[in-house]
Design a protein around this ligand. Sequence first.
Ligand code: AMP
Ligand code: MG
Length: 534
Amino acid sequence: MSDEIDSGLSFDNSYAEQLVGFYTSNQGDKAPAPSIIAFNQSLARSLGLDLDKLSQRQLAAILSGGTHIKGATPLAQVYAGHQFGIFSPQLGDGRSILLAEVLDDSGLRRDIHLKGSGRTAYSRSGDGKAGIGPVLREYLMAEAMQQLNVPTTRALSVVSTGEKIQRHKPLAGAVLARVASSHVRVGTFEYFADRGQTDQVKQLADYVINRHFPQSSLSPLTQSHCYLQLLSEVCKSQAALVSKWMNLGFVHGVMNTDNMSICGETIDYGPCAFIDSYDPKALFSSIDSQGRYRYNNQAPAALWNLARLGETLLPLIGTQAKQTIEQAFNVSNDFSANYRQQWLERMRRKLAIYNEESEDLALALTLMNSFQLNYQKFWLDGVRSKLGLSNAEPEDKKLADDLLEIMAAQKVDYTRLFRALAQAVTGLQGPATDLFSHPLVFEQWLQRWSDRRERDPQTPVARAAAMNLVNPIYIPRNHLVEQAIKAAEEQADYGPFEKLQRVLNQPFTEREGLEEYAAAAGDASARYTTYCGT
Ligand code: AMP
Ligand code: MG
């Protein structure tokens, strides 16, 4: 093809090849005047992009859509989703496409995906476009999360398209290229389950097991009930993810099932934000009037979503469980009826099928066990690290909970306080106590924490260093993100965005001259509101 570009990448498009019927081909729209605003060099290199071979013009064309790229099979994925608890039977990539898949330099399969590239079969009444503000926001947030060691989709580039899009006012259009371990969502399973297409649910589950959880199909124990194992693995990775959000004070804001990635990465940065002053009920999104996805509802919301995933897998899990039980039953054919019954009960318990009649109950118990237990463990492990504790004691949860309660009562800045605790370890308590309007109650807590540290063998210097590796000094503070976006939107000035991005690239390393990036917003009490990135 004459206008085809050779990106130099070797694509391996497993979704396009193995899941025909799960998408619609779509190349995206050609942008009138694509221009690269942000580009993630190190990520590009890890994907194998040969930057010496491609001109800026070619790169901008590739990263904004509408271009024939050698070996790519661009497509829009179909999915459904529960949005704020209400089921939408068909959503899908309405303003994005999966451009292609590559194996990166560590052999991991990565999706390259464009967001804002134009209408698709799933756009409904939307225009398929994205504005520069939300796109820069996703770039900043996703890359910050990556540096904060949270599983996340990555941001590869932002290209301004050269066209205006209509929102509450005309905005500059842009396309985000993002990279993910995959874009399969809970909602992808829901789409096929809702239509009674169990074969497709199985096809998708097998694909996901092969792509993300190959160990679960290898284990001899789980081979016979790999779908139950798949559910349990997804529960575990979500527990790990949400516990990290909670430890960092991150509020995703729109945890609909279509925004929950099956591989446990944070995805779809819309109305997300970090807490400034600590408030367990922190809520930023303009559209979440009930507070369904507020800060301290995130673990229950994740569990609710996982129950929806479990429902889609029930026909597969049920069949497997029954088969396994029957196999066991056949082996024991000559046993007395009574003994057989006992054996059956034992098998059911082993398989977490507590009551064959009530598969919902069995499912709920399985989920509860793997999600709730894992979540609490991961969260507490995270808090222990934040408090510089390397060993575990039963009273640690109470110690952490009490600190959070004092912080909430006095509206203390979450990030600053944890960072200041490392200074307290090496004898400098002022930076921490100064954050409290009534320090007495905090000082009592400091004493308890100091007593606890006596039973944890680490030198103060080593403890403080370890704490500074998990308690960031720089996070994407709401007012900084807003400033960067405003300059870009209103003056096409990308300087503040670039500076903030550089600061957030090393969130744990304090650097001179960056004090304003570590400071709380001027008016911390002002309620910050975020909007969905449409
Ligand atoms: P989100 O809230 O970003 O997760 O999007 C929810 C659904 O709306 C997804 O199916 C999106 O693809 C779709 N959507 C959001 N914005 C647009 C738009 N501007 N045009 C078309 N579809 C959109
Ligand atoms: Mg979404």
